[in-house]
Design a protein. Structure first.
Lengths: 467, 460
């Protein structure tokens, strides 16, 4: 019965918007904007609800619930674009004022000769495993239990490990979009995650922060594994030894790959960057840009993917786009604007930060296709090298040229296929596009981290600067 | 609004909360993105909402909702109490808070140029001028992206200790990036400016000066070489010193991170740095991007001494960590907006200047690097830091030589602080944004300094 009353209270607190309510909010705002003088109009309605449990220094210390909803209106007037948003949805006056602000912004702005029009209505593909009713019905008590399981598993590994922060969260989000070209869409999804950041302490020795997590669209997380792995990683970072400066083999885990690729390769395949001379891939479609071992899709429909949905941030259908095929560059990623500029179709890569922003080109599920070697077989290929999890400073890479100079926090030394010790302050330097040409083996242990869905990869000839 | 918030707080107390606070915010934003002068979209936003935080059974409950409706807030605060109690079930060390006096105040900002009174046309004109000055400097400059934001609004804070504060918010910020291309070499240059004073920011940071600085850096790097990897003496400019103070040291001096295994917790009162090193985190500097009068727990901001002549003098606290360390709260609890809870954040963090001229700092360096401007930095609680460099030069026989590109420095913070052997008499403070799950507006800075030896990462 306790559960029942809390469910009631939650409904009282603020009821979730229904599909019809969201769609009619969007469609009405579009109509009104046209009536007030917009040549074109688009409304994006967003509602997110999340519950989370927080861990600090080994214990659960907080719980929070956030409800955030609002709408963003984009209008075109004489090829000039204006945008306004509000989170005040109860009052019609606030919505009308937002429309006027969008129009005012457009009128104050400069016409863009490259602007053609908003996306047209197209059929959406169906997606799998993106919504789980069970997640929507979770209570903070359930997440407390999940978090406790994770903490207990971490504590069992070794007393020297301190879980410094982490927790569990569950949320649902719904989006509706409508525009004056007849686009009308509604999508909803759920997500659950648990994560733990740990350090190990032995006397005066403190390891760098190690981290593990699970995140999924349906109720499929393993808190016990997360706790155990986060502890095991920290513990294995206690034994340190210096390494020398040299050129060596690296195993890049998903953590490292995500950091390195986000600021470099992913930027290089965004069509707007290509059009603006900000990508080294300009004019290189059909050319070899990476090792034969690499095939990459951007797959907005990837089953259960963290970035999977039926339509993108401006209502274009999401799709699966071949980006790199056996090392050969095949396609760039487009939103509506960049696509129309070149006379091609959007690839469904317009992304939005909820109702607060206009669309930007972003990868969806950036899927580096797995090879056929298991992780331990990949390790066995390494006579002498390093395995890299966490990196610091990837965001200071040269986003245009791909040059990076980062520090591994820490790096683990691999000898004859086994991890022998860890090493602190190791710097890795090079150019990510050269690194991609030197991928010799791709494993089959794929998982998703942010946008990236990838296995581990083995890279030859990376410059490593020891301390 | 005061009545509604007070009623909400009282409801929490009635439900057994040891402490409760409500923070209502109304925010207005104007944003622009220009790419090569094209206005991608002119944007305006309105947000309102309330953050409710309660301490019950020694654990925190937090609720955020975009509504100022009394009934919704009452329901939300009781949910927060219930969640706090659920979280507290297995608590070994219940959270306690330091006592702080009740404050009643209204803080009004009177800018010379209020951004909310500057027309969208004028803002677009300023941004277009920056773009023009950047792109017309040299034809090898290929792209220029300008992001602009201004934020105005009010935060109304009340808590169960009797504090009631109404505080205006005002921020003006811009980030400009440019890239240059020549024979397959790509370079990149970035500037960030920000102020809590008003739109007059652009009177000092003029479009002409900004454009030239960006374009000059991007084109100069085209002919730069990559640095040698290894250990070298370096001279760091105020901009790099600032990011070092912030990233490498500042985060370690945030009491929550210090407690989480950070290296500073056991070093209070101990000498950890060269005698030349004095660091402050100061929320009181007029108009600086990290300044404000009261933090988001209702604590008055202050100038906090972190290191004095090489000795750790203090940490940055909120009410919770102040209690744990038996220290005074320092006014460092900040929340990005009503969607998030306040956490310990820096304000304007800097190294105090000493007496050396730039020439004195470089004159006895046989071979080393002068790193003038950073591209990004990051640190770990174990004290490992990394700072990427967007503008750097060789130092050869005591003189600044050829430019180097895409360098970075890395090391252990405490070891590096001991190797500071020269501190300049100049001083600059620069605006930035800091990410710690939420974004905070801050400044970092200092004088030029010399470090005997630091690891330089390069591809050579």
């Amino acid at each position: 019965m306790a559960d029942h009353t809390s469910e009631l209270r939650r409904l009282l607190w603020v009821a979730a918007l229904k599909k019809d309510e969201m769609l009619s909010l969007a469609e009405n705002a579009v109509r009104l904007a046209l009536a007030k003088g917009a040549a074109e109009a688009e409304t994006y309605v967003y509602e997110g609800q999340s519950t989370s449990i927080g861990v600090e220094r080994g214990q659960i210390t907080k719980s929070s619930r956030i409800i955030d909803r609002g709408l963003g209106i984009r209008v075109a007037v004489n090829k000039a674009i204006g945008f306004a948003y509000t989170n005040v949805l109860e009052k019609q006056a606030a919505v009308e004022e937002t429309i006027l602000k969008a129009l005012g912004a457009a009128r104050a702005s400069k016409p863009d000769p490259d602007w053609q029009r908003l996306p047209e209505r197209k059929p959406y593909a169906s997606v799998e495993n993106t919504f789980d009713q069970k997640i929507q019905e979770l209570h903070s008590e359930d997440l407390v239990n999940l978090t406790s399981t994770m903490l207990d598993a971490a504590a069992k590994v070794d007393k020297r490990v301190l879980p410094i922060e982490g927790g569990a969260g569950a949320g649902s989000l719904a989006t509706a979009i409508a525009n004056s070209n007849g686009v009308s869409g509604f999508d909803k999804g759920t997500m659950i995650e648990c994560s733990l950041a740990t350090v190990a302490k032995d006397g005066n020795k403190v390891t760098p922060v190690c981290f593990e997590f699970n995140a999924a669209r349906n109720y499929a997380v393993d808190p016990e594994w997360v706790g155990k792995e986060a502890s095991r990683l920290a513990l294995s970072a206690l034994k340190t030894k210096r390494i020398e400066t040299k050129t060596t083999k690296l195993i890049l885990t998903q953590f490292a790959l995500q950091e390195l690729l986000y600021f470099t390769l992913i930027n290089a395949v965004k069509a707007d960057n290509v059009q603006r001379d900000q990508s080294p891939f300009k004019g290189k479609i059909g050319e070899k840009v990476a090792s034969d071992n690499l095939t990459i899709y951007d797959d907005g429909l990837y089953a259960g993917g963290l970035r999977t949905s039926t339509f993108d941030g401006e209502g274009a259908p999401k799709q699966k786009t071949l980006v790199v095929e056996k090392g050969v560059l095949r396609n760039f990623l487009y939103d509506n604007y960049a696509a129309r500029k070149e006379g091609v179709e959007s690839t469904g890569n317009a992304s939005r930060a909820g109702y607060l922003s206009t669309p930007n080109i972003e990868a969806t599920n950036f899927h580096l296709m797995p090879g056929n070697k298991a992780a331990d077989q990949l390790m066995a290929e390494v006579d002498d090298g390093l395995i890299i999890y966490f990196l610091q400073g990837a965001h200071s890479s040269n986003p245009v040229s791909g040059e990076f100079s980062v520090v591994a926090t820490p790096a683990w030394k691999v000898k004859k296929g086994e991890i022998v010790h860890c090493s602190r302050g190791v710097m890795l330097a090079g150019n990510i596009f050269e690194v991609l040409k030197n991928v010799s083996v791709v494993a089959n242990n794929e998982r998703q981290m942010g946008q990236l869905v990838s296995p581990w990869i083995l890279v030859e000839n990376v410059r490593v600067i020891g301390k | 609004l005061k009545d509604i918030l007070t009623k909400t707080i009282n409801e929490a107390t009635k439900l057994g909360a040891e402490y409760a606070e409500a923070r209502a915010e109304t925010l207005f934003k104007t944003m622009l993105t220009l790419k090569e002068g094209r206005v991608e979209a002119a944007k305006q936003g309105t947000e309102e909402g309330v953050a409710l935080r309660v301490l019950a059974g020694g654990a925190w409950g937090f609720a955020s909702i975009g509504s100022l409706n009394a009934e919704i807030l009452t329901n939300a605060v009781s949910e927060a109490c219930k969640m706090a109690k659920a979280a507290s079930l297995q608590l070994k060390n219940p959270i306690k808070l330091a006592k702080y006096r009740a404050v009643e105040d209204k803080v009004r900002i009177k800018p010379r140029k209020n951004p909310s009174e500057v027309s969208m046309e004028d803002k677009i004109k300023t941004a277009s001028a920056i773009n023009k000055n950047t792109l017309s400097y040299d034809k090898r400059v290929k792209s220029c992206t300008i992001d602009y934001l201004d934020l105005t609004g009010t935060s109304t804070f009340t808590n169960s200790e009797g504090t009631f504060i109404e505080q205006d918010k005002l921020y003006v910020w811009s980030r400009i990036t440019a890239s240059a291309v020549q024979k397959g070499v790509f370079t990149f240059s970035r500037e960030e400016i920000g102020s809590t004073a008003g739109y007059e920011l652009f009177d000092t940071e003029t479009p002409e000066a900004l454009g030239e600085k960006l374009a000059k850096r991007a084109t100069e790097q085209l002919s730069a070489k990559t640095p040698k990897g290894g250990s070298f003496p370096v001279v760091l400019g105020p901009n790099v010193v600032g990011v070092f103070v912030h990233e490498a040291f500042g985060h370690l001096a945030e009491a929550d991170l210090a407690l989480s295994g950070g290296v500073l917790a056991n070093n209070l009162g101990k000498k950890i740095a060269s005698d030349l090193v004095t660091f402050y985190d100061d929320g009181t500097i007029d108009g600086a991007f990290g300044s404000f009068k009261y933090d988001d727990e209702g604590v008055r901001t202050q100038k906090t001494l972190l290191i004095k002549d090489g000795v750790v003098a203090g940490l940055m606290h909120n009410l919770e960590t102040a209690q744990k360390f038996n220290a005074e709260p320092t006014g460092n609890a900040r929340a990005e907006d009503f969607r998030v809870e306040p956490i310990i954040r820096m304000r304007n963090t800097f190294m105090a200047p000493r007496d050396r001229s730039f020439e004195e700092l470089i004159e006895d360096v046989q071979f080393g690097y002068y790193f003038k401007s950073f591209r990004g930095g990051q640190a770990n609680v174990d004290g490992t830091f990394q700072v990427g460099i967007q503008e750097g030069y060789e130092i050869i026989n005591g003189e600044v030589g050829d430019p180097v590109r895409d360098a970075s420095i890395s090391g252990n913070t405490l070891e590096t602080l001991l190797k500071v052997d020269g501190v300049g008499k100049d001083f600059e403070l620069e605006a930035g944004r800091c990410g710690k799950g939420q974004t905070a507006f801050v400044c970092d800075g200092g004088p030029h300094i010399r470090v005997k030896e630091v690891t330089v990462g390069g591809s050579a």
